[in-house]
Design a protein around this ligand. Structure first.
Ligand SMILES: [Fe+2]
Length: 284
C-alpha cells in the first residue's frame, strides 16, 4: 500500500508540474527527488523517533486516511521544491514570432556609446516572470507606469562584431516600483526585430530592484538589483537569455547573480537632453 501511495504521489506531483511548467525535466527531477527524500525522512522518523502512542496511531489500520493525508502533504512540498528549483534555473525557448518589418530603423546616434566587450554575452536564467507571447513594439510601458522614462537601445552582433539583422529581441522587466506585470497585460514586456544594422530600441521606464536581503526558507537570497531580462533568437536559430544591470544601483553587490556577472552585464547609461538612455550590445 505504501508503494502505491509513493508512486501516486510522484505521478500527481509530476502531472501538476507538467501543467504548470510544461515539459521541464529539471522541475520533474526535483519533484521526484523531494518526494523520495520526504518519504525517507518520514520513514526514519516514524521508525526511530516517534513515541509508542503516536507510532501506533500512525500505523492503525486506517491506512487510507493516513496515506491520503501524508501523500497530500508530500505532493505539496514536492511541488513547491520543483517549482522553486525550476524557476531558478529555467531557460525557456523563445517562441518564433511572425516576422514584421513595420517598425522604423533605430538611430543609435541618440544613445549612450557602446561599451566594447569581447566574447559572447554571458547567459543567465529566465527567473520566474517570463511570459512568452509579447507584442511587437517600441513603446512597452503603459502611461502612468511608475518609473523614470528610459530608452533601452543597442545592437545584436556576432563575435566578429558584425550586425545580426532580423533577430528577435524580447525584453521584460519590473517597473519603477519593483513590480512585474503578471496580469497578462504585457506592461514592460515586448519584442521587436533588429534592423539592418542589428539595432533595437525600446522606450520604457527605469526598473527598480526588488526583494529583501534575507534568506528565505529555501536558503535563497531573493534580492535583486534593477535589471532587464532579455531573450534573443536569430534567424539562424542562435539563442541567448540574459539580464542586464545598471552600474549605479547600490543593490548590485548583493544581487543573487552578482557573483556570476560582476560587471559583464552592465548597461552604459547616459543622460542626453534630459532623457535617460541605457545601451547594451549583445554578442551571440
Ligand atoms: Fe527579474
Amino acid at each position: 500500500m505504501k508503494t502505491i501511495f509513493f508512486v501516486l504521489t510522484v505521478l500527481v506531483s509530476c502531472a501538476a508540474l507538467y501543467l504548470l511548467e510544461g515539459t521541464n525535466a529539471q522541475a520533474i527531477f526535483f519533484a521526484v527527488l523531494a518526494t523520495v527524500l520526504i518519504y525517507l525522512v518520514f520513514g526514519f522518523v516514524q521508525k526511530h523517533r516517534l513515541s509508542k502512542a503516536l507510532r501506533s496511531e500512525l500505523t492503525k489500520p486506517n491506512i487510507w486516511r493516513r496515506n491520503v493525508v501524508f501523500g497530500g502533504m508530500v505532493t505539496g512540498l514536492a511541488l513547491y521544491a520543483g517549482w522553486i528549483a525550476n524557476a531558478r534555473v529555467r531557460v525557456a525557448s523563445m517562441p518564433t514570432y511572425p516576422k514584421q518589418r513595420s517598425l522604423p530603423p533605430v538611430d543609435l546616434k541618440l544613445s549612450a556609446p557602446s561599451l566594447v566587450r569581447k566574447g559572447r554575452t554571458l547567459a543567465t536564467p529566465d527567473g520566474p516572470f517570463y511570459f512568452s507571447g509579447t507584442p511587437e513594439a517600441r513603446d512597452i510601458a503603459a502611461t502612468q507606469t511608475p518609473g523614470q522614462p528610459m530608452v533601452f537601445q543597442g545592437r545584436v552582433v556576432d563575435e566578429q562584431m558584425q550586425p545580426i539583422p532580423e533577430a528577435v529581441i524580447e525584453i521584460w522587466h519590473a517597473n519603477g516600483d519593483g513590480d512585474y506585470d503578471i496580469s497578462g497585460g504585457n506592461n514592460c514586456r515586448g519584442h521587436q526585430f533588429t534592423d539592418e544594422n542589428g539595432c533595437f530600441e525600446f522606450s520604457t521606464v527605469m526598473p527598480m530592484g526588488y526583494g529583501e536581503p534575507t534568506k528565505s526558507i529555501t536558503g535563497i537570497i531573493d534580492y535583486r538589483a534593477a535589471h532587464i531580462h532579455v531573450k534573443i533568437l536569430t534567424q539562424t536559430g542562435a539563442e541567448l537569455t540574459t539580464q542586464v544591470f545598471f552600474p549605479d544601483d547600490p543593490r548590485n553587490p548583493t544581487d543573487m547573480l552578482y557573483d556570476t556577472f560582476k560587471d559583464a552585464l552592465f548597461v552604459n547609461v547616459a543622460d542626453i537632453d534630459d532623457a535617460l538612455y541605457a545601451r547594451f550590445d549583445f554578442v551571440l
